[in-house]
Design a protein around this ligand. Structure first.
Ligand SMILES: [Zn+2]
Length: 306
C-alpha cells in the first residue's frame, strides 16, 4: 500500500497517554500523579521536600519527565502524551492513521457528489485502553468502532497487533480494510442507512433486526471495497498482495470463524458481521464495481442469499 505520499487528515485526535475512569472524567498521566499531588497538598514541609526528591529520582531512574509523571503538560507548552510504560506515544502511528484517514476522505469527497450526496468528514480518535465517547466509554477490548452520535471512529492502535497475533491477519492493507470499513459506517450515516436500520429496533422481531444489522456490516465491507477501487484508480494506491491481505483479514474476522475458534460451534442467530465468505464476497463486489448503487441489493435480497 502506497500511503506515505498521501495527505494527512486533520480530523484526527491523539488521546494516547490519557485514560478515562469508568465514571467519566479523563485523567492525564495516570492515577499515580493524582495520588502524589494530593499527598503533596496535605503533607508537611518535610513531606513535600521528600516527595519532590522522590519524583525527581523516579523520573531520572525511569527516564521520565517529572511534569508528565504528575500529569501536567510540558515542553513548549504543548501537552505531552505519555504511555503507561513511560515512553512518549509514537508519532509515526498517528501519521499512519492520519494518512489512511486522509486518503479515505479524499476518495469519499470525490465519490459522493457524483450521486448528488453531500459529503462531510468523520473524526477519528486514537487512544489506549479506554476513552470517552458521545455514547459512553470506549474500551479497547471492543475493537475499532464508529460512533454515529459524534460521527467519530475510535481505535486503539494495539488492535492491529491483535489482528496479526490472534487472528493471523497480516499486512498493511488488512489494516486499511478495517479503517475503510469504519469510515464506511460514517458514509452509511450520511446515506441515512444507519438511521433506517436503528429505527427498526423494537418494530421487527429481534432475529430480523439482527439480520438487518448484519446486512449493514456487510455493506460497510462493500464500501471498504469501493474505497479500494477508487484509491487504486486515483492514487495507484495498491501494491501486489494488498487485496489478498484484505481477503485474509475478512476470512479471519468472519463470525463463523471467530465463533468456531471461541466455542467450537457456529450459532448463525448470533452473527453480527457475517461469515468469512460473505465478508470477502461483499468487499470484492465493491472493489470490482466501484459503483455505490451496486450495494443497494444488500438490503433487498433474501438473507440466505447474502
Ligand atoms: Zn462494522
Amino acid at each position: 500500500m502506497r500511503w506515505k505520499n498521501r495527505r494527512s487528515s486533520s480530523n484526527i485526535e491523539d488521546r494516547r497517554g490519557t485514560t478515562t475512569r469508568a465514571n467519566g472524567g479523563p485523567i492525564a498521566g495516570g492515577a499515580l500523579g493524582s495520588i502524589l499531588i494530593s499527598l503533596f497538598r496535605r503533607g508537611s514541609g518535610k513531606t513535600k521536600l521528600a516527595l519532590i526528591g522522590g519524583v525527581i529520582i523516579a523520573c531520572f531512574v525511569f527516564k521520565m519527565n517529572p511534569l508528565s509523571l504528575l500529569g501536567f503538560s510540558s515542553g513548549g507548552g504543548s501537552r505531552q502524551t505519555v504511555q503507561s510504560n513511560g515512553r512518549p506515544a509514537d508519532p509515526r502511528i498517528k501519521e499512519y492513521f492520519a494518512k489512511l484517514k486522509g486518503t479515505n476522505e479524499d476518495i469519499w469527497q470525490q465519490i459522493l457528489p457524483k450521486y448528488d450526496i453531500r459529503y462531510r468528514p468523520s473524526k477519528m480518535v486514537i487512544y489506549t485502553t479506554r476513552t470517552h465517547t458521545a455514547g459512553g466509554i470506549a474500551d479497547a477490548r471492543m475493537g475499532p468502532f464508529y460512533m454515529p452520535a459524534d460521527e467519530t471512529i475510535y481505535i486503539d492502535p494495539t488492535f492491529f497487533d491483535e489482528l496479526k497475533t490472534r487472528f493471523g491477519a497480516k499486512g498493511d492493507f488488512a489494516e486499511a480494510y478495517v479503517i475503510a470499513h469504519e469510515v464506511g459506517h460514517h458514509i452509511q450515516k450520511i446515506l441515512k442507512l444507519t438511521d433506517h436500520v436503528h429505527n427498526q429496533k423494537g418494530r421487527i422481531p429481534p432475529i430480523e433486526y439482527n439480520q438487518l444489522s448484519v446486512r449493514l456490516e456487510l455493506h460497510a465491507d462493500f464500501l471498504s471495497g469501493i474505497f479500494a477501487h477508487h484509491a487504486q484508480e486515483k492514487f495507484n494506491f495498491l501494491e501486489t498482495g494488498d487485496i489478498q491481505e484484505a481477503m485474509d483479514c475478512a476470512e479471519a474476522i468472519g463470525d463463523d470463524r471467530i465463533q468456531s475458534q471461541a466455542q467450537g460451534h457456529i450459532q448463525p442467530d448470533l452473527f453480527t458481521h457475517g461469515t468469512s465468505a460473505q465478508r470477502k464476497r461483499w468487499f470484492m463486489r465493491g472493489y470490482r464495481s466501484g459503483d455505490l448503487n451496486d450495494g443497494n441489493i444488500l438490503f433487498s435480497i433474501r438473507y440466505q442469499d447474502l
